[in-house]
Design a binder for this molecule. Structure first.
Ligand code: ADP
Length: 379
């Protein structure tokens, strides 16, 4: 555990970069420092590995004041990843990753074996081992940066805007990879970003900093989205925080309509009779996989004339945000729910999804011992 206790940093020119910051950063979790440019994120991160010394306050790792630790041994216990990876251009990928083990006195062979193992862990093709950094894409270089930081198996990983320089699709892949690696390794990770979406994706807990290096809020992502501490945090979250908050709500237990799902070849009279109003029905193949939407009154029983069902959501795995997105994009306003094998479990309209959101709010308000009147819960 890293404890930042009442820490301030005033630079020589008088700039107060960090102002009386206190944070408890637990083991086995990703703590994100987020905030606008210049709010003191990098300064805070670098005070943890003593690249910058605080002007006042104390930082402890597992209870010990880091000022009592020799800088070299402190830094070796902390992997450090920066934007653009910061690789040694004249060294191969394998030797880049083996850098710290070599500094620790490992034999060349042992260090390279370890490096090869890490390449696999971060999802790099072993064929890249002998290449040089300039022969890799930006995303691959970042993976090398992560592998290098993990090489000596440090308990702590410090990451400063590690994925900011790559395009959004690659970035998403790197974020997923980080979560997968963290699931296997369980480090104490401190992750700096200016991007709230990234903070929400990777963070177990998020510290939102405001300009001047003051802590605005320190909480789990869903709590920040549902209850921002003040108007600064609210503005920083952006206009769609309500929708984004749905990412934390599961589709498990969503009330699905099964009465309007028919296997192809079903009796036309039965389909038409199901809903005289003509609300759409979903037609599936014999295996239960979706084929498309039909208007029960007019459909000619041809698969070719079905309306495309669009994208589905998987119950339990996908969030209510995904379900709502599918419903909004669906030509019928209905989202198709499937199981892990892609078989249809039922359909859900926007109203059903909205009802699930409302009931979750009421349940959470009740859990928090708050007023559960719908007006308040719906806010
Ligand atoms: P962030 O990482 O959130 O963008 P930084 O920690 O880099 O913020 O910087 C916080 C503030 O401290 C900024 O106003 C920045 O200009 C200032 N700052 C950073 N490094 C120095 C320095 N060496 N000397 C003076 N001011 C600095």
């Amino acid at each position: 555990m890293i404890a930042i206790e009442d820490v301030s940093k005033r630079y020589a020119d008088g700039t107060v970069a960090v102002d009386r910051l206190s944070l408890q950063i637990p083991d086995h979790s990703i703590t994100v420092l987020v905030g606008p440019s210049g709010c003191g994120k990098t300064t805070t991160l670098r005070m943890i590995n003593r690249m910058i010394e605080p002007s006042s306050g104390t930082i402890r790792v597992d209870g010990e004041d880091i000022r009592n630790r020799p800088v070299n041994s402190l830094r070796r216990s902390m992997g450090y990843v920066i934007q653009n990876a910061g690789l040694f251009q004249h060294r191969t990928i394998l030797d880049n990753i083996a850098t710290v083990p070599r500094l620790l006195g490992w034999s060349k062979q042992k260090a390279r074996e370890r490096a090869a193992e890490l390449m696999e862990r971060v999802g790099l093709d072993p064929a890249m081992a002998r290449r040089y950094p300039y022969q890799l894409s930006g995303g691959q270089q970042q993976r090398v940066g992560v592998a290098r930081a993990l090489a000596a198996d440090p308990p702590i990983l410090l990451m400063d805007e590690p994925f900011s320089a790559v395009d959004p699709v690659v970035r998403r892949g790197l974020q997923e990879e980080l979560l997968r690696i963290q699931g296997e390794l369980g480090k104490a990770i401190v992750f700096v970003t200016h991007d709230m979406d990234e903070a929400i994706t990777v963070g177990d807990r998020i510290a939102v900093l405001r300009t001047g290096g003051k802590l605005a809020q320190f909480a789990a992502p869903d709590e920040i989205l549902s209850s921002p501490a003040d108007s600064f945090v609210e503005r920083f979250l952006g206009a769609d925080r309500g929708i984004r908050g749905l990412s934390f709500l599961s589709t498990e237990g969503l009330e699905l309509d099964r009465s309007r799902v028919f296997p192809v070849g079903s009796d036309r009279q039965e389909i038409a009779g199901r809903d005289p109003e003509g609300a759409p029905v979903l037609v599936t193949d014999a295996d239960g996989k979706p084929l498309g939407w039909a208007d029960p009154g007019t459909w000619d029983a041809e698969v070719a004339t079905l309306e495309p069902y669009g994208e589905t959501f998987e119950v339990g795995r996908d969030s209510l945000r995904v379900a709502l997105d599918r419903a909004v994009l669906s030509p019928t306003g209905l989202a198709v729910a499937v199981d892990a094998t892609g078989r249809v479990l039922g359909i859900a309209g926007q109203e059903t999804i909205a009802a699930a959101i409302r009931s979750d709010r009421r349940r959470r308000a009740a859990d928090a011992g708050q007023d559960t009147s719908p007006a308040k819960a719906l806010r």
